[in-house]
Design a protein around this ligand. Structure first.
Ligand code: MG
Ligand code: MG
Length: 255
């Protein structure tokens, strides 16, 4: 079931989203060669704590996971696409890092992700991140009243596939509100004009996940959480929580 939010609820989601934006910006500013992923998680925890928010990631245990998620951010490095657990791994020059963060404040949830390079960038990585951001922008631009879920999916897929990237088989965005994952599923590729019609008051997390190798297959790492590209190529993941409104798409997780 899709919950239609009141304007007041969307304003409350914006406050949760602001905390997410702040946490991601702070994590990004703290990421440098030699810093561990666990240290980045501590940075995000402090932002959430200071804002009075809690984490929808910490302790999260969906059906596929054998263990509860142990952190407030996912840190997915290089060939890891999503769901990377922050470990004692120290960032190296040229690493491509995707950070995903959620926050719950006043009973409402925000969810967003950024990808960036630590130290010296490879041109191919910059191109993939820029394409992921462009795919996200296209998906958001398609998230208008009267359009359908398939229009968002098609917009994302067109940008990503058009630039030669693979997408994560079966993965995409989702409805969001009181819970982090609500209906509907928002695929990253699909047919325009198909699927649920978008209405004022819907809130969606839109999140392209690109694979440099051009394939869609992935494998699960031995930790049971981290999803990596099957071909070992690098990946990028970006995300915003967006409200569908009569005035157009409203990004709730901008800093
Ligand atoms: Mg996320
Ligand atoms: Mg999400």
């Amino acid at each position: 079931m899709v919950e239609i939010k009141t304007d007041r609820a969307l304003d409350a989601m914006r406050e949760a989203g602001r905390v997410v934006g702040e946490a991601l910006a702070t994590v990004r500013a703290s990421a440098a060669v030699g810093v561990t992923l666990r240290e980045l998680d501590a940075v995000a925890r402090e932002v959430l704590r200071a804002a009075g928010a809690d984490s929808p990631f910490l302790g999260y245990r969906p059906g596929f996971a054998g263990t509860p998620f142990p952190a407030v951010i996912c840190t997915s490095v290089n060939d890891a696409v999503v769901h990377g657990i922050p470990t004692d791994y120290r960032l190296r020059d040229g690493d491509l890092v995707s950070v995903d963060c959620g926050a719950r404040l006043g009973g409402w949830t925000g969810d967003a992700a950024v990808s960036f390079i630590v130290g010296t960038p490879r041109p191919a990585d910059l191109r993939m991140i820029e394409t992921a951001e462009r795919a996200l922008a296209a998906g958001i631009a398609a998230a208008v009243v009267g359009a359908r879920i398939g229009d968002i999916a098609h917009a994302i897929g067109t940008v990503a596939r058009g630039a030669g990237y693979g997408l994560m088989e079966g993965f995409g965005g989702h409805g969001i509100g009181r819970a982090m994952h609500e209906d509907p599923h928002v695929p990253n590729d699909g047919c325009p004009g198909r699927g649920m019609r978008l209405r004022h008051g819907m809130a969606l997390a839109i999140e392209p996940m690109l694979q440099a190798g051009g394939r869609d297959q992935y494998r699960t790492a031995p930790d049971g959480w981290t999803l990596c590209t099957a071909d070992g190529s690098r990946a990028a993941h970006v995300e915003h929580t967006v409200a569908i409104t009569d005035a157009g798409p409203r990004i709730l997780t901008i800093r």
